[in-house]
Design a protein around this ligand. Structure first.
Ligand code: F3S
Length: 654
């Protein structure tokens, strides 16, 4: 049996505003003989009772004031008219309104003075919201997205009405953003103030994170405390076993047993001593679970009859592999099973991932007491572990791998160890107009660029991973490059003067004359973008990052082929390729031309070359001279026709 770990939120308990108001009350009670608060000072019955015992009365109207009494305004604040009435009744008013709430009063008062209507995102009957309405003129309270939508539909005049939006300090950002997005769509004369208290925001984020990591969550707070209610709701989004309690006696310890990790948080009006009492009670579970190592046989039998809870981590042994599920013995009366689909990502076989007899860890997803089964999920457990990895990957810039499982409007979703990572279209490494669907089912490498564990949002970039890989290859190329080194490259682009070839992270240029031994006018005659090409380094400039490449096959060197085949005196079948005033050029072998001087084109005198030959003609010509150094050849048709002719008179090509 493992010892359960208790994780307490750092932000649990009194916030600055509540703490300040309680301190002000205590000071007032020490210095004044008669003190009352207008409404309950904070939303915690125990604290209110404590203060009542020390003499703090609670009133709800200025009529209830006793002569000479000091009145304390609670942290939530009150309407301006209440303060006016209290002062008019002769009361000494001490304002303990939280400064953050006071700031909202100022915003809405200024808005009213400027003739603006105020929209408040919040709970209609909450004292903080009621008080805010008492500091402005025309106002409306919108609780959620749905109410905002119907309000705006019924009030099209808001499209041009000067409007100021504020939000109750303890609201969630998601509700605020959802409402504001709708308001933005309609209203053109808008001021928006995000007045959510940072303390609330931080507390909610921490709670969400804890809830996603724990098998059970305990949230302490008053039933009427808006921030505590929100806190419990947020925890329920990630954890199936949440207890929302007011004090230690409400805690159900049985619901915590068997959990390896239990989270604890508390609302802003929960005093430290209540948190401590709850914590102490939770420690009992820890102690009881720890001694389970010494259980007797009967106790062990009882252990197997113990319930298991949703969200709990269990360890079991695989006892069977069926078509639809893998059965797992988790050591209790429940038969655990994991759907086989959890093991078949990317077309893999279940047997490749798990076999009978394997020990396996999983999270309990659903317990069916009637059937005695418990659906388990290994993926969810892996996902929980993955959060640690993903955060580390984000911090360290590590590259992770996954499969593209979805395409949506803004990009693709890559599933990495069961966790969905969103990759925006601009980060996919595809050209802007390319179809994202081509990535579906592909294995990709990516870097994690954003992690919001509380909102279960991970963003990644395939592009950055590809770029990093290219950078590493590029550095390796520059480190090892040398003249003559050969590479397999891919043609990236063509220009009039050559082809740019990617040799694995670096582009080099193959000049048009280095593409082939034959004569070509444009690189497109021998290659196209995307072609693979064997190249070698002719020259390089590390400083300016320039590489000249060659692609000619040394085994197909035409001059070599010519000299292997022919010698002076041989007669070759040549093809006329160009006519000149002084004769004609003829191709002897592909890539090697020779000159036939005009005097050697025929066995009689001619005035111009075209009297004897035309481009494309194939004629016999005798090789009369070879200049090895300059790679020049002299040919003679006349000598081939008349072996006795003075072939040696023909000059070599100039
Ligand atoms: Fe003030 Fe924020 Fe607390 S608004 S009362 S500090 S939750």
């Amino acid at each position: 049996m493992t010892v359960p770990e208790i994780r307490e939120a750092k932000t649990a308990g009194f916030c600055f505003g509540v703490s300040r108001s309680v301190e002000m009350a205590q000071k007032l009670l020490e210095s004044e003989t008669s003190v009352c608060s207008y409404g309950q000072l904070i939303h915690n019955a125990d604290v209110v009772e404590e203060l009542r015992k020390k003499g703090l009365r609670v009133i709800s109207s200025s009529d209830e004031i006793r002569p000479g009494e000091s009145v304390l305004i609670r942290a939530h604040g009150v309407k301006k008219s209440v303060i006016d009435a209290l002062e008019a009744a002769g009361a000494s008013v001490t304002d303990a309104t939280c400064p953050k709430v006071k700031a909202i009063h100022k915003i809405v008062a200024n808005a009213a003075a400027a003739g603006r209507t105020v929209l408040i995102i919040g709970m209609k009957n909450h004292p903080e919201v009621e008080a805010i309405r008492g500091w402005c003129g025309e106002s409306e309270v919108l609780e959620d997205e749905e109410e905002t939508r119907s309000f705006l539909t019924l009030h099209p005049e808001f499209s041009s009405k000067p409007t100021t939006v504020v939000v109750q300090t303890t609201q969630t950002h998601s509700n605020f953003n959802n409402c504001v997005n709708l308001i933005k769509n309609l209203c053109t004369n808008l001021q928006i103030f995000d007045t959510i208290c940072l303390a609330t925001f931080t507390r909610q984020n921490e709670a969400a994170e804890l809830a996603s990591e724990c098998g059970a969550m305990v949230v302490i707070g008053g039933r009427h405390s808006a921030n505590s209610v929100h806190l419990a709701q947020i925890c329920e989004e990630s954890c199936d076993n949440v207890q929302f309690i007011e004090r230690a006696e409400d805690l159900d310890l049985d619901r915590l047993r068997g959990c390896s990790r239990i989270g604890l948080t508390a609302g802003a009006s929960t005093p430290a001593w209540i948190i401590k009492e709850v914590r102490n009670k939770m420690e009992d579970v820890k102690a009881n679970d720890t001694v389970a190592e010494e259980l007797s046989f009967d106790e062990m039998l009882e252990e197997t009859l113990k319930p298991i809870y949703n969200g709990e981590k269990v360890t079991g042994i695989v006892t069977g592999i069926g078509n639809t599920e893998v059965t797992v013995d988790v050591g209790t009366k429940y038969t655990g099973f994991i759907p086989t689909t959890e093991f078949t990502d990317g077309g893999a076989k279940v047997e490749d991932s798990v076999k009978v007899g394997d020990e396996i860890e999983a999270i309990v997803v659903r317990v069916n007491d009637v059937e005695g089964t418990a659906q388990l999920s290994k993926k969810r457990l892996d996902a929980a572990k993955f959060w640690d990895d993903v955060e580390a990957a984000s911090e360290n810039g590590t590259v992770v791998e996954g499969v593209v499982t979805e395409e949506n409007k803004g990009g693709v979703v890559v599933t990495v160890n069961g966790v969905r990572v969103f990759v925006p279209a601009s980060q996919t490494d595809l050209p802007r107009e390319a179809e994202l669907a081509q990535l579906l089912k592909k294995n990709v490498k990516l870097k994690i660029t954003e992690v919001n564990k509380a909102r279960k949002r991970v963003v990644g970039s395939i592009r950055r991973a590809v770029q990093e890989e290219r950078n590493a290859l590029r550095d390796a190329i520059w480190e090892n490059i040398e003249i003559g080194k050969q590479y397999k490259g891919v043609v990236k682009s063509l220009t009039n003067y050559g082809a740019f070839v990617d040799i694995g992270g670096v582009d080099g240029m193959v000049h048009v004359t280095e593409l082939t031994w034959g004569r070509i006018r444009h690189p497109s005659e021998v290659c196209k973008v995307g072609d693979e090409m064997d190249v070698y380094v002719i020259n390089f400039d590390k400083e300016n990052h320039k590489i000249s490449l060659g692609a000619k096959d040394p085994d197909a060197n035409p001059w070599q082929m010519f000299t292997d085949k022919y010698s002076v005196g041989d007669v070759a079948e040549v093809k006329i390729v160009k006519l000149m005033p002084f004769g004609a050029f003829a191709e002897v072998v592909p890539g090697v031309d020779g000159l036939i001087h005009i005097s050697q084109l025929a066995d009689h005198r001619i005035a111009s070359a075209d009297e004897a030959v035309a481009v494309g003609d194939v004629v016999n010509a005798k090789i009369t001279a070879i200049d090895e150094e300059k790679h020049k050849i002299s040919l003679s048709v006349r000598a081939a026709l008349e072996p006795a002719a003075e072939a040696e008179e023909a000059p070599a090509e100039e």
